[in-house]
Each structure stands twice: as C-alpha cells, then as structure tokens.
Design a protein around this ligand. Structure first.
Ligand code: ADP
Ligand code: MN
Length: 514
C-alpha cells in the first residue's frame, strides 16, 4: 500500500502526475468519467433516434424508405411492434369515434348512411398478422404521392371541433365530400359525392387516412400476385429510372413483368436506338434488384467474404449493398460473355437496375430447364454443354455460379443459357468450393433424373470442374476435405495477405484478374 497514493486520490484529479503515482486508482477513475460521458451521449443519441422514429412514424410503417433502409436501426423490431400496438389502439378509438359520428349524422332519419366501410379495423380484417409480415414490401408511397390539394385549414379547423357559424360547417362539409373524389380510384367512396352529404373535417380527415391505408393494403395485395404490373412492382425512384431509360431512347417500351422473385423483378422491354457507343439488343430484360432488404440479409455471406468487395462492404449502407449485387451480376456476366458462355449480354447498369439482352423471343422468355421437355438427345447435349460451361466458368472466368440449377438455366436456340449470377463468387471465396459442390449436386441430380446415363455423380463432377482430386468415397468425408481446403486457403490469405492458387492440381491455376 502506498499511503501517498491513497491520500492523493480524492483531490488530485486525473492529472498525468497523479496517474503515475496511483497505480490502482487511475484506471478506475478514468473509466468512470469516460463511461459517464459515453452513457450520456449514447442516451442522447437513443433519445434523438426515438424522437426521429416517432416523428417519421407513418412512413416507417408504410414506406420502404423509412429509416430502416439506412441500416442505422436494423434492430427495431420491438419499436415496430410498439408502434403497431399504438396504431391498433388508435384505430380502435378512431372506429369508436366513427360510430358516434355515424349515429349523430343519421339521427332519426329513415335513410341512414353507413360508415362501416371506413372502419380501420374491419370485422373481417382484424387479424393484422399479414401486415406485420409484409409491410416492408409495400412499394407504393401513399403519403408522398399526389396528396389532394386542400384549402388552408386555418379558419375552420383551428378552433377545434366548435365550428361556430353554420355557414362554414355546411360549406366545409360539402367541400370535404367533394374532396373524396381525390382518393385513389379503387377506394370506394360510395355515392356520397352525388348527394348533398356534408362531412365534418374530423370525419373527412379520418376517411382520408383510411383511404391511404386502403391504398397501401391494395398495393400489398397486388404485389403478392406472381405477375404484377410494371407500375406497382417497383418503387417511385426505380420507376423514374426506367422512365428515364425510355425517355433517353435507350428502350423503346417496357412491355411488362417476366418474373417477380424474392430479390428481383425482371421486366421485358423492346430495345431503343442503337447509338455509336451502345448497341441495344432488339429485346431486353431489365432486372430490378429489390430495394427491400429482407431477402438480402441472408445473402451477406456471399458478398461479405468475397474479397473483391471486402473493403467496400463494411462501409456501405444496405442500399449500396443492393447496388453491389447488381454490379456483381454485371461483372460476372461480362466475364462469362468474354469466355463465350451463352448468357445475357449486359447493356447497361444504373444503380440497382441491370439491363441485359433478352433470352427468348417476341416477349416470351426462354423456358427454364426445369420447365422444358427435351428429347433424350437434347438432354444429353444439354448435359455436356453444362459440364463444359461449368469448367469454363471455373477456369476461364474464375467463378463458381453458386446458384446453379435447372431454375437458372434457360433453353433457347437449342442450347443452355446461364442466368442469375449476382451471387456467383470466385473459387477462392471462403465458401466457394462448398457452393461449387452444391451446384454439382443440383446439376448431377437433374441430369441423372432426366435420364442422362453419362451424367457424372456429384463428387466426380466436382473434381471434373475444379480439377481437384478429392478422393473421399463418401459425402461426409468429401465435404470435410472441401472445407479443409477452404480453410487452408483462408489461412494462407491470413499469412500472406493475398489469394494464391493452391487448388489446381494440373498446373492450370485460376486467373486472378482483379
Ligand atoms: P432471381 O434472383 O429472381 O431468380 P433471375 O435472374 O433468375 O432472378 O431472373 C428471374 C427470372 O426472370 C428467370 O428465371 C427468367 O425466367 C427471367 N429472366 C431473367 N433474366 C432474363 C433474360 N435475360 N432473358 C429472359 N428471361 C430472363
Ligand atoms: Mn433465378
């Protein structure tokens, strides 16, 4: 014990001299003063964030571009629930109010007007679990688009619910009824507009709110359909991007949607004018990577460990990561194109929208291998072609497809075309060989089931594609060897900071071109 140190501690303050004198007091004191400040600022930050979220509440629930997409508050599930509970509470109160209004308006009249349709919590729709699942998928932005123009509120709403002159009430009521016409066309306002119906501001506003939430709901339902229209399947910003492409003459018309997947929506378009520096194919496929994040979170592992994108990944927000998927698909398609593998030809990439040549004809996309019935001769031909392409992909493009199956191979012009390569990785990706093995399994099983007797079994196919010679005679050992190889490569990277080919047994190393 050092009595000087103890005595000095309380009043000496955290000066450097004191710190050297008091070996046990210093770190404690330092950490306390430090963490207090931290706590304060963190709390402040949390408060600010909460405030921001509350302020943005309607958008948060309804719009794909709320704070969620910035990635700053990914873990807000409980806040969301809270918000939804509050909303439910609000809805209930609102419905009760609506019922009172209804009663008041109808009075003793023989003809009564029902507000049933304007209730927030529909009797048949009180289960909002569906909303919880799908809210992020809502593309339509009812809060920003085409709000009906209103005369300034001041004058009739400023005084609360006591509107003094009768004249005002009637005029406003009629005005409000007329303004119902501004609601979305699919929103049923009944024939109130034709009648001399007067709606109080309160009721009108409530109806307006309801109209918006109805719009949202119908957008959601619409989105679920397999083939949604070009208009509704993308958010306004994407729509603008597409319009610009048409405006610039690059595309002639966007005819419709070919496919709505979890991660992308694909449209068909007729190509526009070919310019000196850009050849536009007569028919194009437009792949729009979805800007909602649910599905992409699961794909982190593909891109996070891809060293080509490693440095960039950590600094990016989710929106940029989605652009990176599009970018990745573009780069990979270009590599394949250069190797002569049949695949869509890249036309242009704009943000998260990739335009490429259309595989198919007259708006009819080429069938997926899983949907086409081939003669046994064609099946065999297809198999050898796929085997060849897998080898080319690996050796010449230095890529593993990583989602290769009969779903991502199209049959067109008597041959197989590879598509959907946004998730493709280089063989030295930490899971690259596992992905390759999975691809091999899919391909092998498909062609064996399809009656191609020559089709290699998955392990043989893996060796044939990779040039490796893994000898394990059962699946478990085989996988273990694969993982051991991956680990070896990772260790090598750790030690040398650079990827090196160690997989090729035949002196034909993958090309590292980036
Ligand atoms: P996803 O990630 O949604 O599976 P894909 O790239 O596989 O995205 O595209 C989805 C579907 O769209 C494909 O199965 C195919 O039917 C169609 N498709 C995509 N690209 C093209 C193209 N270039 N030409 C014709 N059809 C295409
Ligand atoms: Mn696909």
């Amino acid at each position: 014990m050092d009595p000087v140190g103890v005595a000095a501690a309380p009043d000496a303050g955290p000066g450097p001299a004191w710190r050297t004198k008091c070996p046990w007091g210093a770190p404690n004191t330092t950490s306390i003063s430090c963490s207090l400040a931290d706590v304060m600022s963190e709390q402040l930050a949390k408060e600010l964030q909460l405030e921001e979220e509350n302020a943005a509440f309607p958008e948060v629930v309804a719009v794909a571009e709320g704070p969620f997409i910035t990635g700053e508050n990914v873990d807000t599930s409980s806040d969301l629930m809270l918000a939804q509970m509050l909303q439910m509470e609000f809805d209930r109160e609102y419905d009760a109010q609506l019922r009172r209004e209804e009663k008041k308006i109808n009075g003793d009249s023989k003809v009564s007007i029902s507000f049933e349709n304007y209730r927030k919590v529909h009797p048949y729709d009180s289960d909002s679990s569906e909303d919880e699942v799908d809210w992020q998928d809502t593309r339509h932005d009812p809060y920003r688009a085409d709000k009906p123009t209103t005369t300034p509120r001041k004058g009739f709403i400023g005084k609360g619910k006591d509107i003094t002159t009768k004249h005002d009430e009637v005029v406003c009521g009629r005005k409000n009824t007329a303004r119902m016409e501004n609601f979305a066309p699919e929103f049923q306002v009944g024939d109130g507009i034709g009648m001399d119906l007067k709606l109080s501001n309160q009721v009108f506003n409530a109806l307006k709110q309801h109209a918006y939430s109805e719009e949202r709901r119908s957008a959601r339902l619409h989105e679920k359909k397999e083939h949604s229209t070009a208009e509704k399947a993308v958010d306004p910003k994407t729509r603008l991007l597409l319009y610009k492409m048409v405006n610039a003459g690059m595309l002639e018309t966007i005819t419709g949607c070919i496919s709505t997947g979890k991660e992308s929506v694909v449209f068909h378009a007729y190509g526009g004018n070919t310019t000196e520096d850009k050849v536009i194919p007569p028919e194009c496929a437009i792949k729009v990577f979805k800007t909602t994040l649910n599905e992409f979170k699961n794909r982190d592992k593909y891109i996070k460990d891809d060293y080509r994108f490693k440095d960039r990944f950590s600094k990016l927000n989710p929106r940029k990561i989605i652009r990176m998927w599009a970018e990745k698909e573009m780069h990979n398609l270009t590599r394949m194109q250069n190797a002569g593998i049949p695949c869509p030809q890249v036309v242009i990439l704009k943000k998260h929208v990739l335009v490429m040549s259309f595989i198919g004809q007259d708006q009819v996309p080429a069938p997926k291998l899983k949907d086409v019935t081939l003669s046994s001769e064609d099946m065999k031909k297809a198999y050898y072609q796929v085997l060849n392409m897998m080898q080319q992909l690996y050796k010449e493009c230095n890529l593993v497809h990583a989602d290769l199956s009969e779903y991502n191979m199209l049959w067109h012009d008597g041959k197989v075309w590879l598509i959907d390569v946004s998730q493709s990785v280089e063989p030295t990706h930490p899971h690259g060989l596992e992905f390759l093995f999975r691809d091999c399994r899919n391909v092998s099983q498909f062609f064996q089931k399809g009656g191609v007797a020559e089709a290699l079994k998955e392990r043989e196919l893996f060796n044939a594609v990779s040039g490796l010679n893994i000898t394990a005679d059962n699946e478990v050992d085989f996988q273990e060897e694969i993982e051991a190889l991956e680990k070896m490569n990772e260790d090598h990277v750790q030690n040398h900071g650079k990827k090196l080919s160690m997989f090729s047994s035949d002196g034909d190393p993958p090309i590292y071109d980036e």
